[in-house]
Ligand binder design. Structure first.
Ligand code: PPS
Length: 257
């Protein structure tokens, strides 16, 4: 029984990852299923499907259910068994202007990633598919083909931010985890931006302030020029305008000045 959680970088991986990990921990505790849950080392090694040595996949096979796996991959790069075995997939998406903004700040702060002289240099790379993990619009358009599958639930960063209680409730319901109001509230509080940032020295060491930067909606307004707005609006329309994921992102609300 897999839980897959897929997401383009800088769209809230750490946030929803923590929500999901907390939910599964509560579930296991309730079911008194300690023996079959992952230990801390396994949890640390396994979150990202695409990161690690090749032997990891053999070790992964031996892990007990429920396995929570994170990935930034496109559907075509996932093992077919994920779809064949009907693994539940949570697809988290974020408005593209904030993804670009967050990604830019991340690249500046993370030496292994390419660095860009200016925001405009980054913007050109983002728009011309020259990014690590590829093109966000392609990511949206490829995942859009799966958006109606019953084993896939899509959630946006913005809806989770606007109503975290409802968002966490919906995620729990999708994975068949029944929560009391108190448990729900405790997950929401533990995974708020403020709590996670406060705890980030422990969870992410020196990188804490990089992974937990601002945690809000619309920071793009501090970076985008008129011309960049026009270019991105056009690209969004061309790639995903009118699609299920395109509509879900509420572009008019979150991406128009
Ligand atoms: S990464 O590098 O792909 O793992 O980054 P990722 O975690 O996907 O995304 C980082 C952005 O998510 C914000 N964040 C949060 N927002 C709201 N609530 C919580 N709890 C939270 N945790 C992380 C983080 O601040 C980054 O966004 P920006 O806009 O840069 O602040």
């Amino acid at each position: 029984f897999y839980k897959q959680f897929t997401i383009f970088p800088l769209s809230g991986t750490n946030w929803v990852g923590q929500i999901l990990t907390d939910l599964v921990a509560i579930f296991e505790e309730k079911m008194q299923n300690k023996a079959s849950s992952m230990n801390d080392e396994e949890l640390e090694e396994f979150p990202y499907l695409e990161i690690g040595d090749t032997g990891k996949y053999e070790r992964m096979n031996k892990l007990p259910s429920r396995r929570v796996i994170f990935t930034h991959l496109l559907p075509e790069n996932l093992p077919r068994s994920v779809f064949k075995n009907k693994a539940k997939i949570l697809l988290l998406i974020r408005n593209p202007k904030d993804v670009a903004t967050s990604f830019y700040h991340f690249c500046k702060a993370m030496p292994p990633l390419p660095s860009y002289e200016t925001w405009n240099d980054f913007f050109i790379a983002f728009m011309t598919k020259k990014m690590p993990w590829g093109c966000y619009f392609e990511y949206l358009s490829k995942w859009n083909k799966y958006a109606a599958d019953e084993n896939i639930m899509t959630i946006t960063y913005e809806e989770l931010k606007e109503n975290p209680v409802l968002g966490v409730k919906n995620i729990a319901a999708f994975f068949g985890i029944a929560l009391t109001e108190e448990e729900l509230q405790s997950v929401v509080e533990r995974t708020s931006f403020q709590s996670m940032k406060k705890n980030s020295q422990k969870t992410h060491g020196a990188f804490g302030n990089i992974f937990f930067r601002k945690g809000g909606v619309s920071d793009w307004k501090n970076l985008f020029s008129e011309d960049q707005n026009e270019k991105m609006d056009k690209a969004f329309e061309e790639h995903v305008g009118g699609t299920t994921l395109g509509k879900k992102l509420k572009y008019e609300l979150y991406c128009k000045a």
